[in-house]
Design a protein. Structure first.
Length: 119
């Protein structure tokens, strides 16, 4: 079978596309009509619509930060960072022992890179 034969088969299939029967279309339309939502009954007296409250810049900022939960998480993280930055706990000070006579002009971020090097 050649490439042109396949193209001929596809064009023949496109030319004789089957049309749905009238009975099938009637059943589909009847199913769609049965599944269509019906409007709810109107209440006896509708309450007057209240105007939407105006949103100020603080509420827009709160919405941008994720609402109350986002603001609470941001405040907690900021407080923890401030506490750890200003009052360095004793266990954290012991992680980086530096003698007083050593002047730090560079910071080595990965001091034990030799362990990771492949030989």
């Amino acid at each position: 079978m050649r490439h042109d034969d396949l193209d001929d088969l596809f064009s023949a299939a496109r030319a004789c596309a089957p049309a749905p029967s009238a009975a099938l279309l009637a059943r589909v339309l009847a199913d769609a009509e049965a599944a269509r939502p019906r409007p709810a009954a109107a209440p006896l007296r509708a309450a007057p619509a209240r105007p939407a409250p105006r949103r100020g810049p603080w509420s827009a900022l709160a919405a941008a930060l994720g609402g109350g939960g986002g603001i609470a998480g941001l405040a907690t993280a900021a407080g923890a960072g401030l506490w750890l930055g200003l009052v360095q706990p004793v266990p954290l000070a012991g992680l980086t022992p530096v003698p007083a006579a050593v002047v730090l002009d560079t910071v080595e971020l990965i001091p034990s890179l030799d362990l990771l090097a492949a030989e």
